[in-house]
Ligand binder design. Structure first.
Ligand SMILES: [Zn+2]
Length: 157
């Protein structure tokens, strides 16, 4: 629906637009190597189970869920009463009527209210994609530099 991703990618490779195809591939490879290296170094100091931004977001939702009333139905489905509306949370399907849990794969504030009410850890209900371990694994695989060889003689002997 939107071209934001394409525009972002075009801006990212703008410096390589004037290069030949091989030079462009080298340039983009170097950019990816740089990004992976920076993210690997950054994540080495993280001490939270979830990536810091997600950890903070989950803490905010945990605060926001205070004051909500949770009414269990069958142990799987729960009715969560917010300030004005009520939401149905289904733990088995990991869904909520607000649809944020389905979209983000991170418990919404209503799901947080349910999980806290039954003494469940919020972390275990987040998609593994958000864990520090998964982030480190994603950026842990190196792209090694490829040297540029100039004035190479190509002779067949
Ligand atoms: Zn919700």
């Amino acid at each position: 629906m939107y071209s934001n991703l394409t525009e972002s990618f075009n801006n990212w490779i703008m410096q390589a637009h004037h290069l030949t195809v091989l030079q462009m591939v080298d340039h983009i490879g170097a950019q990816i190597m740089d990004i992976k290296s920076r993210r690997r170094i950054k994540s080495a100091t993280w001490q939270t189970f979830l990536c810091p931004r997600v950890h903070k977001r989950l803490e905010e939702m945990n605060e926001e869920r205070r004051g909500m009333r949770v009414r269990p139905s069958d142990g799987i489905r729960f009715d969560v009463l917010g300030r004005e509306l009520s939401y149905v949370v289904n733990l088995e399907d990991r869904t909520c009527l607000c649809e944020k849990w389905q979209v983000l794969k991170l418990p919404c504030v209503h799901a947080c209210a349910v999980l806290v009410s039954i003494n469940e850890s919020l972390h275990t209900w987040c998609d593994p994609f958000y864990t520090t371990e998964m982030y480190r694994r994603t950026y842990g695989v190196n792209i090694f530099p490829i040297p540029t060889i100039r004035n190479a003689k190509t002779s067949v002997e």
